[in-house]
Design a binder for this molecule. Structure first.
Ligand SMILES: Nc1ncnc2c1ncn2[C@@H]1O[C@H](COP(=O)(O)OP(=O)(O)O)[C@@H](O)[C@H]1O
Ligand SMILES: [Mg+2]
Length: 312
């Protein structure tokens, strides 16, 4: 038999009084997949992750986790770990004691794997410090360590990179990548596309409770959108002129040139940009820098979420 998907959601609706937080959500997450959930504040990310963790129940629609339909009872589905709105920790206990207490609550042998979990998230040096003094990033990492102890097959994390410094991010991303390679599905939310870009193979973009895109990252990146590009050349006047003569190129900002910086911002599709670069080289103008102002994924995200807002 095929392994069941980690998540299969169809037509999920969740309201809070008048507010429709989730408005017919479909979501598929394969086992071993790193799946990013992105969307502006209030899009419904935390609400959706809460349903996966059994913290709330949908008003309608169907939800299967690791092949088992989720019922009406509030309980963490078998094989699932994670947290929304920050991990629940005991401030007066040390990091190590927190993990031992959480393991004991579940009836596990109290010290099993604790040192290893702390090491994986980079908290070995503060294992005996009280959690009270921990930064947000350290709490996030301790919460992840707690989830690791349960050896989940689906890990659900709400904004896990909030508060992480670059070293913390490296630890967390390493842990998540290894888990996924071992077959654990990871669903994580972020309001930042670059975090998801660095980590996830698949992404679901939510806007005001609806899915506006769901699928592989690569598909999102290659869709033929016009983007803004920074363009620095050896002759900005000639570049300005050529940009005006090339079909499909629009100069959106030439204030850099007026300030003597030789930098233009042009809006273009990739084929139009190719034509401009060929034209520049042909005219003996050297291209010193050419890069999108925001990443293609960030641009797609902004496009799709703005479109959804204006459709309402
Ligand atoms: N417990 C709640 N009570 C009332 N409204 C809620 C509750 N939780 C979320 N909402 C509303 O549901 C919508 C989605 O919220 P949320 O899932 O937290 O979004 P996100 O995590 O994407 O920022 C928002 O409009 C929010 O105000
Ligand atoms: Mg949220």
């Amino acid at each position: 038999m095929d392994t069941p998907p980690a998540v299969r959601a169809r037509g999920i609706v969740k309201c809070f009084g008048e507010v429709v937080a989730l408005d017919g959500i479909d979501l598929d997450v394969a086992q071993g997949q790193l799946h990013g959930l992105v969307g502006p504040n209030g899009a419904g990310k935390t609400t959706l992750l809460g349903l996966l963790l059994g913290l709330a129940v949908a008003d309608s629609g169907s939800l299967e986790i690791l092949g088992t339909p989720v019922g009406r009872a509030l309980a963490v589905p078998e094989g699932v770990a994670g947290f929304v709105d920050g991990p629940g920790l005991y401030p007066s206990l040390t990091a190590k004691q927190n993990l031992a207490a959480l393991a004991a609550l579940r009836g596990d042998a109290p010290t099993m794997g604790i040192g290893d979990a702390l090491e994986q998230v980079g908290l070995t040096d503060v294992a005996d410090d009280r959690v009270r003094g921990f930064s947000l990033g350290m709490r996030q990492r301790l919460g992840l360590a707690a989830a690791l102890l349960t050896k989940p097959r689906l890990l659900v994390l709400d904004e896990p990179s909030n508060g992480l410094d670059p070293a913390g991010k490296k630890h967390v991303y390493g842990v998540l990548t290894r888990l996924a390679a071992d077959g654990t599905a990871v669903v994580l939310s972020s309001h930042r596309m670059d975090d998801v870009e660095a980590l996830c193979s698949d992404v679901t973009i939510l806007a005001t409770g609806r899915v506006v895109f769901s699928g592989p990252m690569t598909k999102l990146a290659t869709e033929g959108r016009e983007l803004d590009y920074r363009l620095v050349t050896s002759d900005s006047d000639a570049t300005h002129r050529l940009a005006g003569e090339t079909a499909g190129i629009r100069v959106v900002d030439d204030s850099g040139v007026r300030q003597g910086a030789d930098m233009l911002v042009v809006s273009a599709s990739v084929p139009a940009l190719d034509e401009l670069v060929k034209g520049l080289v042909h005219s003996g103008v050297a291209v010193r820098e050419l890069a999108p102002v925001v990443s293609p994924l960030e641009a797609a995200f902004l496009d799709l979420t703005e479109q959804q807002e204006s459709d309402r």
